[in-house]
Design a protein around this ligand. Structure first.
Ligand SMILES: [Zn+2]
Ligand SMILES: [Zn+2]
Length: 343
């Protein structure tokens, strides 16, 4: 089968990857949609300099939907033909975090790899999923449009859940980076809270998208961003700041923008750092680095999409054009999410 695999010397499309056979408890998925994520670009560049945590070769893609092709012995809840979303943070399944559904925070995470990150992922015609608990029924949702929910959606949904107590109707929230994650974060905030939202991005078309998706105000990133945002905040700081970029300039801006007792979520894997300590950020502010979400949150998010609360903006690419999709992502030229469609 066709698969976009990462090797020591970089990623390439191969046409001779074997189609896996599902064994006990496993499920083989025929991929319908697989989203291209900025994290893949970070993994590709880290691999090129020998600094990746994940050992190649493996097939990229940690944002996938499809139909069940075949099931191994003992699989009970899904059958051939079912449309499903794939939960991609595969933990040990045995520790107390995994048993609570938070496989994204598996306590053995540091010694493990997940779908498309060390283990074969969804940028291929077929994907072998190790257990049926990772499959969430899509119902009537279109699998291509639902693909981004399985990473670009669940990651902000989880980040928002972690700070939900601060998201009161009188709160103001800053969202930095209106890309794959940010454009879904805006919709999740709109459909599950009544907060005021200020969106910040470097590109005018992304700011236009933010306004279309319900942002109350937008600010162009750059040297005047702090002043302009503080004006919109009437001199007060924001209750919650979400950084979906994670580069040094956004982290530095976020640190200035979060209010005493507020929350600062650094979500993007841009490689920036925050020096955290007394006097470095507002008193009582909490900083956290959320990663992915729980299996339960994936179900909630798919229910939200089924009820029309969110819809990913999708740009479709064939599997043959996967390298082009990553290039567009690298260039900041994708509106919403690039989704690879093998069929
Ligand atoms: Zn990702
Ligand atoms: Zn675990």
């Amino acid at each position: 089968m066709l698969a976009y695999r990462l090797f020591d010397d970089g990623p390439r499309l191969v046409n001779d990857a074997p189609v896996p056979e599902p064994r006990d408890g496993q499920v083989l998925i025929k991929i319908v949609g697989s989203g291209a994520c900025h994290s893949d670009l970070h993994v590709i560049s880290a691999t090129a300099i020998g600094k990746s945590f994940f050992k190649p070769p493996f097939t990229l893609g940690h944002e996938s939907t499809g139909t069940v092709q075949a099931v191994g012995a003992g699989v009970q809840r899904v059958k051939a033909g079912d449309k499903v979303a794939v939960y991609c943070a595969w933990g040990c399944g045995k520790c107390r975090q995994c048993l609570a559904g938070f496989e994204n925070y598996c306590i053995h995470q540091r010694t493990m790899s997940g779908c498309g990150l060390g283990l074969d992922g969804g940028m291929a015609e077929y994907l072998l999923v190790p257990a049926e608990r990772y499959l969430i029924p899509l119902g009537d949702l279109d699998p291509i449009e639902a693909a981004p929910l399985t990473d670009a959606g669940i990651t902000p949904y989880h980040a928002i859940n972690r700070t939900r107590a601060l998201l009161t109707p009188d709160a103001t929230v800053v969202v930095m980076g209106i890309g794959g994650l940010g454009h879904l974060a805006l919709q999740i905030l709109r459909s599950t809270t009544a907060v005021r939202v200020i969106a910040i991005d470097i590109a005018d078309d992304k700011l236009a998208l933010a306004r279309e998706l319900g942002a109350d105000a937008t600010v162009r990133a750059g040297e005047h961003a702090l002043t302009e945002t503080m004006e919109l905040l009437h001199g007060e700081q924001a209750d919650v700041v979400f950084d979906f970029v994670g580069l040094q300039p956004t982290i530095d801006l976020g640190r200035e923008l979060v209010r005493p007792g507020g929350d600062f979520a650094i979500v993007g894997l841009g490689g920036g750092t925050l020096t955290y300590g007394q006097g470095r950020i507002a008193w009582g502010a909490r900083v956290f680095t959320p990663f992915y979400g729980s299996i339960g949150e994936m179900r909630e998010l798919i229910a939200l999409a089924a009820r029309g609360g969110i819809a990913a903006h999708v740009t479709r690419y064939s599997l043959e054009r996967v390298a082009e999709a990553y290039q567009a992502l690298h260039d900041g030229a994708v509106e919403g999410r690039a989704v690879i469609c093998p069929v």
